[in-house]
Design a protein around this ligand. Structure first.
Ligand code: ADP
Ligand code: ZN
Length: 740
């Protein structure tokens, strides 16, 4: 028997299928999807590999065939559909098969599944037995010595390190000196007993129509993905819950994707309250062991609903019925590391392989998705009303006018008065600003010197709690100076507002108000997120100040006021998408107000009060926003009317980086014969230096995805043939979430 394997090395040179002989003693132990160890390369180093096919004959001459040396798993870690998916991802995201396989199978699977050996200290007289054993000075004694030094070790490691077979280890186990543990502790990432059971709600008319549509679509084998466009507070979660109930009734399973799970504990709670311990949650703060446990539970069929961020799309559920992608417009659904997959595309591919249904949902769908719905590629379901039937009143406040009229504070008079009223009436307020720290710009009033990071082309942010200047790109920090490092005079001044400053101002004006702040600085510890939200939900604070962490998914009935302190921070990011992302963010934040029986009010403070993203937020007019935005995209030939390939060269030697990216630009010009593609640059990236690395970019625009991709990859290959690029990291992204 022969096995086709993929070697677990990410390199273009070994990115193909290799054939190995299966020795007779392993024949009944190797199957498709198993992890094995094979000798590889001239030195025959043992490497991990995944078996992706078995055959009874091979074209490779017998004397050139090597044999599988070990079998590391006793079950398949990947099924045929996922192997197909990996092959598709390799082409789609221009990468290697092994990087796709690594992305689909958690790395930890490799390690955990192997048997772990340690000394059996519970055995009577164990110390004595060890002493005998060590005296023997044979293979067994070497094993014992090794285990004594290392507490415990994987069996395969012992064999490799000592260059021995398995039998001495087996003998030690038989005699009770060591224990080999294969049992996995199956932890659930949360305690399902903590949640009370909730029954399903009687749906509103709009919810009912949506649920019925989804259920009928579920039965249709020729269905399209469904986009649920429902305003904030329209009860989308209840729709998911009732759809999943139907899916489970059919004996199938569900994947629910959320942008980042630790940001939305409330959403998770609703699922666990409905489906109990059939629900599993993965998120970025899980330990490797916990992550593995979730994976294994899914594989064993112990899970019916898997909730998690984008990587949860690869959960090994055998009988998938539906994939729900909530907040589908979020940029975190695009992977920024290789393979640079788009979760929505992967979901559609999985659906086509398994027959599962895809549901996308958002109050502010991405322009691309809404365009697909318009073109009939997606089905669409709309919910225009809130469950409570009341939409917050949104006001744009022109901060230029405030200044003209003598108000120099960070709060407009209207927002200030409403905050005051809210505190008096024991209602809660959310203040939003997408910048952490105290001051975002520190400079000398005398000579104009600006404090900026040495490693990055970025200004320092002042943090008042530590009295430090911190670079938000590389985390470098220095003591805040009292005199200017350039002219030596004591005229250091702090400009620009961050969340710490807001917190301080609130305390200054409202000394009796209880304030909580939620940003990266206050949530670095595990569970700190949940703690802050819980405390706010329990009414332990009047005001919650925060960054985009508080923009999404939060449902606090007592919040009646939302203040966006500077609605223009994201309008001028220099990216063609910033109109869209601003509209989405502002609509989401505004949606936190007045979600229950109390009327909500929202203030958008801005110096660009006429910007269309603000206007359409105010009128809660997604359709209007979309029509405006799609016209801009059409005129400028931006997605969805084109595809953008973003190429970035990153390296320490700026001159070298520039010279090489110019060579690439020349090659591109040469091969862009019929000028089919728009080539912009080379130019410095928006942040042109991070962590001492210089960053330069080229942008290529074209109509057809495959042609743009082929063109860019061809030119980059030509460059690699021609030039020595050592020291340069080339970063290629098709249709990035944002232009850097
Ligand atoms: P969305 O995700 O669309 O912003 P949610 O799912 O958070 O909205 O729902 C908003 C609020 O309305 C939640 O507090 C939810 O419990 C409540 N809700 C949803 N559907 C119903 C219903 N049919 N009856 C009563 N309350 C509902
Ligand atoms: Zn820095």
């Amino acid at each position: 028997m022969y096995a086709e394997v993929i070697i677990d090395i990410i390199s273009k040179n070994v990115d193909r299928v290799f054939n190995y002989k299966i020795p007779e003693n392993l024949e009944d132990k190797v199957s498709k999807g198993f992890i094995v160890k094979v000798p590889f390369g001239i030195k025959n180093n043992l490497r991990d590999a995944i078996v992706i096919g078995l055959s009874e004959k091979t074209d490779i001459p017998e004397d050139r065939l090597k044999s599988i040396k070990q079998v590391c798993t006793d079950f398949s870690v990947i099924d045929d559909n996922k192997i197909e998916l990996a092959k598709w991802m390799k082409e789609k995201y221009y990468t290697t098969l092994s990087s796709c396989l690594q992305c689909i199978i958690p790395k930890i699977v490799n390690d955990k599944l192997r048997r772990y050996a340690f000394i059996n200290y519970k055995k009577e007289n164990i110390e004595q037995l060890i002493k005998d054993c060590i005296k023997k000075n044979n293979q067994q004694s070497k094993v014992i010595k090794l285990l004594k030094e290392n507490e415990g070790m994987f069996v395969y490691e012992i064999k490799m390190l000592l260059g021995i077979a398995e039998s001495p280890i087996k003998t030690l186990e038989k005699n009770g000196l060591i224990v080999i543990n294969q049992k996995e502790v199956m932890r659930n990432a949360f305690n399902a007993d903590d949640f009370k059971k909730s029954d399903k709600l009687k749906p509103t008319l709009e919810q009912k129509a949506a649920i019925e549509f989804l259920k009928s679509s579920l039965k249709n084998t020729k269905r399209k993905p469904v986009l649920i466009h429902g305003v904030t507070g329209s009860g989308k979660t209840e729709i998911f819950l009732q759809l999943i109930e139907e899916v489970l009734k059919n004996g199938k399973q569900a994947i629910v994707l959320v942008p980042e799970i630790s940001l939305t504990p409330q959403t998770v709670r609703r699922f666990t309250e409905r489906f109990g311990d059939k629900v599993s949650v993965t998120h970025s703060k899980l330990s490797d062991g916990e992550r593995y446990d979730q994976w294994k539970r899914a594989k064993n069929g112990d899970i019916s609903v898997m909730i998690g961020p984008r990587s949860a799309i690869f959960a090994p559920l055998a009988n998938l019925g539906v994939i729900i992608i909530d907040e589908e417009h979020e940029s975190s659904y695009k992977s920024e590391t290789t393979p640079k997959y788009d979760t929505k595309e992967v979901a559609e591919k999985i659906a086509s392989l398994t027959g599962a249904m895809v549901v996308l949902a958002s109050a502010t769908p991405s322009v691309e998705s809404y365009y697909k719905a318009k073109e009939g590629i997606y089905d669409i379901v709309k919910l225009k009303k809130r469950v409570n039937n009341s939409f917050p009143e949104i006001k744009i406040v022109d901060m230029r006018a405030e200044l003209d009229e003598g108000n120099r504070s960070i709060f407009s008079r209207e927002l200030f008065n409403e905050m005051k009223k809210n505190i008096e009436n024991r209602k809660q307020t959310i203040l939003f600003l997408n910048r952490r720290g105290y001051s975002t710009f520190v400079s000398c009033r005398k000579c104009g010197y600006v404090m900026s990071c040495e490693n990055c082309n970025v200004n320092y942010t002042y943090h008042i709690d530590t009295n430090k200047l911190i670079c938000h790109y590389c985390n470098a920090e220095i003591q805040s100076p009292s005199i200017c490092p350039q002219c030596g005079l004591p005229y250091i001044k702090y400009f620009g507002v961050g969340t710490q400053k807001i917190e301080q101002e609130v305390k200054k004006y409202f000394p009796n108000a209880r304030v909580l702040r939620m940003d990266l600085d206050t949530t670095s510890k595990k569970n700190s997120h949940e703690k802050i939200l819980k405390s706010f939900a329990n009414g332990e604070a009047d005001i919650l100040v925060g960054t985009q962490m508080i923009a999404k998914g939060l449902d606090f009935p007592n919040v009646t006021l939302v203040g966006v302190v500077a609605a223009d921070t994201s309008l001028n990011a220099g990216d063609y998408r910033c109109g869209e992302t601003s509209f989405q963010l502002l609509t989401q934040v505004a949606g936190r107000a007045g979600r229950a029986d109390k009327k909500g009010k929202v203030f958008l403070q801005s110096y660009q009060s006429e910007h269309y993203s603000l206007i359409f937020t105010k009128t809660n007019d997604y359709e209007g926003f979309f029509n405006h935005e799609i016209e801009l995209r059409r005129q400028m030939l931006y997605p969805p009317f084109s595809h953008i390939f973003f190429i970035m060269f990153i390296g320490e030697d700026e001159k070298f980086v520039i010279s090489k990216i110019y060579v690439l630009a020349e090659i591109m010009k040469k091969y862009n014969l019929k000028a089919g593609f728009d080539i912009l640059g080379p130019a410095p990236a928006i942040v042109s230096k991070i962590k001492k690395q210089f960053r330069y970019k080229i942008i290529v625009k074209g109509i057809e995805e495959n042609r743009v991709k082929a063109f860019v990859l061809y030119c980059v290959d030509k460059l690699k043939e021609k030039e020595d690029l050592k020291g340069i990291n080339i970063n290629l992204t098709l249709d990035p979430s944002y232009i850097q």
